[in-house]
Ligand binder design. Structure first.
Ligand code: HEC
Ligand code: HEC
Length: 485
C-alpha cells in the first residue's frame, strides 16, 4: 500500500527491530520500549532525554522525508533578514520575532522575554536585543481590532522603520497558604503599551492578551486527531460533581468549518505556518500576500530603507517543508514510570480529576492528516493510540482570583475571554531541559508546576481544591508525576 521503504535510526537507548506488518506499516509491536519509559504516541515516540528531545524526527522519517524534514528544520531556525533579494530575506518592515525557532526554541518555548527582562531589572517586555518571544494581541473593549494596528503588536522593525508600540509590564504578586500552612506565591503580569505609532490608545479602551509560545510536542498527532472523538468528548464532558463541561471551538477558514485544536483558545485548525511567517515575522506568502502592516506608514518607511514588495518573501515549497517538519516531530516518551513517587502521583492526578480535562488517551483518525503540500503521512493515521493529556476542548478557567483569574477578555471564535483550550501536557516534564525554564500557562505567569495548578479556577476550581488539600508530600508526588510526562 505504501511505496516508501523504512529504515530505522538507532537513537541511543532506543532500539527498533525493523519488522513491518502486512501493509508495510510500522506497528507499536515493533518498538522496543526501554525499561522505565512508556509510549506517548505509538511509533512516533522517541526516547532521548536532552535539550533536543522536542526536536527529533519520528522514527518513520527516512529517505526523501528525511531530506524534507532537515530542510524544514533549517528553515524553521533560519533568522530572516531584511534583504528581500536573498533567500531567507523579507523580514518586516514590522515583525514580532525574526524566526520560528527564536520563539519556539528547540521546538519548545523560549523563556518569556518579559521574565528575562524582569530578572535584569527592566520593565520593557521586549528582550534586550529587540526580540519578543511572545505575541501580544490588542483589541478594543468591544472585541474589535484597532484599524491602525491589526491583531498583534509588532514592536520590532527593520532599521529605519517605526515600531507599532513598545510593550511594558509590571508584576504583582501575592502570597497564599495551602490548608496545611505551606506558602505559595502567585505572580500576575500586567502589560501596557507606550509609544503608539499612530493613535494613542487609552488603557481604558484596550484589552491586551499576551501569549508565550506553545511546545511543538505532538503537533502532527494533534492535527491528525479523530475530530469525531473530540466531538464525542465534548458531548460527554459534563461532570456536574466537578463543575466541568468542555466544548469545542469552531474555526472557519478558506470556506471550511472545522473543530479547532491548535492554539491556546483552540482557534487554529492547521499548523499556522503561513500565518506565522506573515503575522509574526512580516514575510508575505501565497496565503497572505499582503504585508501585515498594509495601509500603515511603515510600508513607505520600508520602501525608503530599500524594501520592495513586488514578490512574495517565502516560497510555498519552503512553507511545505516547515509544515512537514512540524508534523513529523517525534513525541517524547514518558520517563521514570516505575518510580514509586511517580506512580503515587499518577493516582493523585486522577483522584483530583485532572484527567477530566487533561484526558490521557485519544486516537488519531484513520487516514492521517493532509499536509500543506497535499501529502498524507499515513503514519499519523491508522488510529494510533496517543497520550496527549488534553481533551482539546475549551474550559472556563475562572475570572475571580485577584480580580482577574485566567480571563484575558479576548474572544477567539467561540472562545470567550475566560475560556482556554486544555494545554496538552505530553513532554511538559522536559521543558526545563529543552528550554531552561519552567514558566507555564498562556502568558507564562506561573513560575513552576505548583503556581500553574493554583492559577486554575472556574471549571477547574474543584480539582485545584483537591490538590490544595493534599498533604505536602502528596502535592510533591503529583508534581513528580508531571515531571515524568
Ligand atoms: C514572536 C514569537 C513567535 C514567532 C516568531 C513564531 N511563533 Fe508560533 N506561536 C507563538 C505563540 C505566542 C503561539 C501561541 C499563540 C496563541 O495561542 O494565541 C504560537 C503558536 C504556534 C503554533 C500552534 C501550536 C499549538 O500547539 O497549537 C504553531 C504550530 C506555531 N506557532 C508555528 C510557528 C511557525 C511555523 C513559525 C515560523 C513561521 C512561528 N510559529 C513563529 C509565537 C511565535
Ligand atoms: C477544567 C479543566 C481542567 C482541569 C480539571 C485541570 N486543568 Fe490544567 N489546564 C487546563 C487549561 C484550560 C489550561 C490552560 C490555561 C492557560 O494557559 O491559561 C491548563 C494548564 C495546565 C498546566 C500548564 C501547562 C502549560 O504548559 O502551560 C498544568 C501544569 C496543568 N494544567 C496541570 C493540571 C493539574 C495537575 C490538574 C489537576 C490538579 C489540572 N491541570 C486540572 C484545564 C484543566
Amino acid at each position: 500500500m505504501n511505496p516508501i521503504k523504512y529504515s530505522f535510526l538507532l537513537l541511543g537507548a532506543l532500539s527498533l527491530s525493523a519488522c513491518e506488518d502486512n501493509d508495510g506499516q510500522l506497528t507499536i509491536a515493533d518498538v522496543d520500549v526501554p525499561a522505565g519509559y512508556a509510549l506517548s504516541a505509538g511509533t512516533a515516540t522517541e526516547f532521548s532525554r536532552s535539550a533536543f528531545s522536542y526536536d527529533q524526527p519520528a522514527s518513520w522519517i527516512s529517505g526523501e522525508y528525511n531530506a524534507l524534514f532537515n530542510k524544514g528544520d533549517r528553515l524553521y531556525d533560519n533568522v530572516a533578514t531584511s534583504n528581500y533579494n536573498h533567500a531567507g530575506g523579507g523580514l518586516g518592515p514590522v515583525y514580532a520575532g525574526y524566526s520560528c525557532g527564536g520563539c519556539h526554541r528547540n521546538a519548545g518555548r523560549t523563556e518569556p522575554s518579559y521574565w528575562t527582562a524582569f530578572k535584569n531589572g527592566s520593565r520593557k517586555a521586549t528582550g534586550e536585543y529587540g526580540f519578543t518571544s511572545m505575541l501580544c494581541y490588542v483589541t478594543r473593549r468591544n472585541g474589535k481590532f484597532f484599524q491602525n494596528y491589526g491583531r498583534v503588536i509588532h514592536d520590532n522593525t527593520i532599521y529605519g522603520v517605526t515600531p507599532e508600540g513598545e510593550i511594558h509590564f509590571e508584576i504583582d504578586s501575592a502570597v497564599y497558604r495551602f490548608p496545611d500552612g505551606e506558602r505559595y506565591t502567585l505572580c500576575y503580569p500586567r502589560f501596557s503599551i507606550t509609544k503608539w505609532y499612530a493613535d494613542s490608545i487609552r488603557p481604558e479602551d484596550l484589552f491586551i492578551s499576551v501569549r508565550i509560545p506553545l511546545r511543538h510536542v505532538g503537533q502532527g498527532q494533534i492535527m491528525a486527531l479523530d475530530r469525531t472523538e473530540i466531538q464525542q468528548l465534548a458531548a460527554r464532558s459534563n461532570y456536574p460533581r466537578w463543575g466541568i463541561s468542555g466544548r469545542c471551538n469552531v474555526v472557519s477558514e478558506r470556506n471550511v468549518s472545522q473543530i479547532g485544536v491548535g492554539g491556546n483558545k483552540a482557534h487554529h485548525g492547521d499548523l499556522t505556518v503561513e500565518l506565522g511567517y506573515s503575522s509574526d515575522m512580516g514575510l508575505t506568502n501565497s496565503r497572505y500576500p499582503e504585508e501585515i502592516c498594509r495601509g500603515q506608514r511603515q510600508i513607505e518607511e520600508g520602501s525608503m530603507m530599500g524594501l520592495s514588495y513586488e514578490k512574495l518573501d517565502v516560497s510555498t515549497a519552503d512553507m511545505e517543508a516547515v509544515d512537514l517538519y512540524l508534523h513529523s516531530l517525534g513525541v517524547p516518551a514518558r520517563r521514570d514510570v516505575n518510580d514509586p513517587d511517580v506512580q503515587a502521583g499518577e493516582k493523585l492526578f486522577y483522584k483530583a480529576g485532572c484527567h477530566l480535562c487533561h484526558v490521557t488517551t485519544l486516537h488519531t483518525n484513520k487516514r492521517g492528516s493532509t499536509l500543506l503540500a497535499g501529502l498524507t503521512l499515513p503514519w499519523l493515521g491508522g488510529r494510533q493510540t496517543i497520550h496527549p493529556y488534553s481533551d482539546f476542548l475549551l474550559h472556563d478557567m475562572g475570572s475571580e482570583i485577584m480580580g482577574v483569574g485566567l480571563n484575558d477578555n479576548m474572544v477567539s471564535g467561540l472562545a470567550r475571554g475566560n475560556e482556554w483550550r486544555t494545554t496538552p501536557l505530553w513532554g511538559i516534564g522536559l521543558q526545563q531541559l529543552v528550554n531552561g525554564h519552567t514558566y507555564f500557562l498562556h502568558d507564562g505567569r506561573a513560575r513552576n508546576f505548583t503556581e500553574a495548578i493554583m492559577w486554575h479556577g472556574g471549571e477547574a476550581e474543584a480539582s485545584k481544591q483537591v490538590f490544595a488539600h493534599y498533604s505536602k508530600a502528596q502535592r510533591a508526588q503529583l508534581i513528580r508525576f508531571l515531571w515524568s510526562l
